[in-house]
Ligand binder design. Structure first.
Ligand code: SAM
Ligand code: SF4
Length: 332
């Protein structure tokens, strides 16, 4: 495909990854993501699987190759495996991945695997139920662990565990999570806390940096050796333990923004295209879909969205403006 056919922004970044949120609903209430009391979008405002697949097909024609399903909690959407089947069949799509909190994974891992889901990320911030509940404001560790066990039994390998790092809250979870993931063969990734919480409580001082987490791991578990990334667009910097085992990654959007190599676009559950997690502008693809617009109109929206992408999120700049939507409404 020639470069002109691709989704290239004003800074030369080629977009090959589409993050699709399938719902804003969730069975947890993580403090860094959702409010405790929440009004969800009415169902009719959410894109149907047919609508999502159509956008994916058009985007694949413009060079999108990988898709990640997210939310809210994607496994709350009925028969998600059906959507996976549809997306896997889109010409040009090489990978369909899922980010989930894992609570419903034990029941759905088999059907997702059979549907062709390529990759699985499970979010787990703590192995201790009391800390999990303090963060997620609901219980769940045992169900997440059961989901992980079933997922592995069903043949998902290279499962990634995502853990958000927050100063004063998660320090005690880092080493136990690392030991657990090393023993179980899960790829652990620590993510810095971003200003996308619904309660607008984020402060820079709460960001526990990837460097601090790494220092703690090296002091208490052992040396980490950097691994060269196979995929340049990959935001995580990965390490192995000194003995060559395990894999620990750090996604540091606050301390080390990776905007210069960002290849992602986002589609919210209610059908809005976004060019950044921190975008304050959206492109209404649902409107085009529901007025029976043609594919060329979807192409135009995708191109407009990409063309308007800023160089960087600018969290650290005085002009930084928080997006109106919180993480659960965008899709992480
Ligand atoms: N419910 C699913 C889950 O928790 O995996 C998918 C959606 S969730 C929004 C996707 C990822 O975003 C999770 O790994 C979550 O920990 C992360 N996340 C949510 N809010 C965040 C924030 N303010 N800063 C950093 N990561 C965040
Ligand atoms: Fe739900 Fe995931 Fe947000 Fe937690 S991070 S509230 S599990 S959407």
């Amino acid at each position: 495909m020639s470069r002109s056919g691709l989704l290239v922004d004003g800074f030369g970044r080629i977009h090959t990854d589409l993050r699709i949120s399938v719902t804003d609903r969730c069975n947890l209430r993580c403090t860094y993501c959702m409010p405790l009391e929440v009004t969800f979008k009415p169902r009719e405002e959410l894109l149907t699987y047919e609508e999502i697949t159509r956008v994916a097909r058009v985007a694949a024609g413009l060079g999108i190759r990988t898709i990640r399903l997210t939310g809210g909690e994607p496994l709350l959407r009925r028969d998600l495996a059906q959507l996976v089947r549809q997306l896997v069949a889109v010409p040009g799509i090489t990978e369909v991945a899922l980010t989930t909190n894992g609570l419903l994974l034990a029941d759905q891992a088999a059907s997702l695997r059979q549907a062709g889901l390529t990759r699985l990320n499970v979010s787990l911030d703590s192995l201790r139920e009391d800390v999990f509940e303090r963060i997620a404001r609901r219980s769940g560790v045992d169900r997440v662990l059961a989901g992980l066990a079933v997922a592995r039994r069903e043949g998902f390998d290279d499962i990634r565990i995502n853990a958000v790092s927050i100063k004063g809250l998660t320090e005690g979870e880092i080493v136990p999570l690392a030991r657990f993931c090393r023993a179980e063969g899960f790829h652990l990734r620590f993510i810095e806390f971003m200003p996308l919480d619904a309660e607008h409580a984020w402060e820079k001082s709460q960001v526990l940096s990837g460097a601090d987490v790494r220092a703690l791991l090296e002091a208490q578990v052992g040396p980490l050796v950097a691994v060269t990334a196979a995929d340049a667009g990959q935001p995580a910097v990965d390490y192995r333990w000194g003995d060559g085992t395990g894999r620990v990654g750090f996604i540091d959007p606050v301390s080390h923004p990776f905007c210069d190599r960002c290849d992602r676009l986002r589609l919210t559950a209610d059908g809005q295209l976004r060019n950044c997690l921190f975008s304050t502008v959206e492109w209404d693809v649902r409107h085009v879909l529901r007025i029976a617009g043609d594919d060329a109109e979807i192409v135009s929206l995708l191109r407009e969205c990409v063309a308007a992408k800023r160089a960087a999120h600018g969290i650290d700049t005085p002009t930084f403006e928080r997006p109106a939507r919180a993480m659960y409404q965008i899709g992480g």
